[in-house]
Design a protein around this ligand. Structure first.
Ligand code: ZN
Length: 143
């Protein structure tokens, strides 16, 4: 394993042990459940919008280390950005897990790149992102 791979793996461990942005926020606009029955990963994603911006993105749920780390990394990657930016990141993340070269924009979420080699776990890593897409494509309050 290269040093870079080790660093990335430690980021995954850190995020799975101490996930960021967990819990139900005081105020949110959409709550979307996501399930990966193959592994038993379950989460609910909460998004609070400020116009076109994702003011807060949090999650709660249970699942394997990969799904928890991915949810944590996802919330860190998209919060504070716009809906369009978040949808683009979701596309890029899914492309990375199909084996494509990750973009710089994905930042720390690139730590999950190696999962593209573990076909049984790809859905664990994409679950939070697919759930995010649902949350952003669904109806949301105007303004
Ligand atoms: Zn899983």
């Amino acid at each position: 394993m290269s040093l870079l791979e080790e660093l990335y793996q430690s980021a995954v461990l850190q995020h799975s042990r101490h996930p960021r942005n967990t819990g139900v926020p005081e105020r949110y606009d959409v709550a979307v459940p996501g399930v990966n029955p193959g592994c038993g990963d379950e989460l609910t994603l909460y998004v609070a919008f400020d116009g076109d911006e994702l003011r807060a993105v949090t999650f709660e749920g249970v699942g394997c280390a990969i799904s928890q780390a991915s949810a944590s990394l996802m919330t860190e990657a998209v919060k504070g950005g716009t809906v369009d930016e978040a949808l683009l990141l979701a596309q890029e993340f899914k492309a990375m897990l199909r084996g494509e070269e990750p973009t710089e924009r994905l930042g720390e979420a690139r730590a999950l790149r190696g999962v593209s080699q573990l076909h049984a776990r790809v859905k664990c890593a994409t679950l939070p992102w697919v759930t995010l897409e649902e949350a952003l494509k669904g109806p949301r309050p105007a303004g």
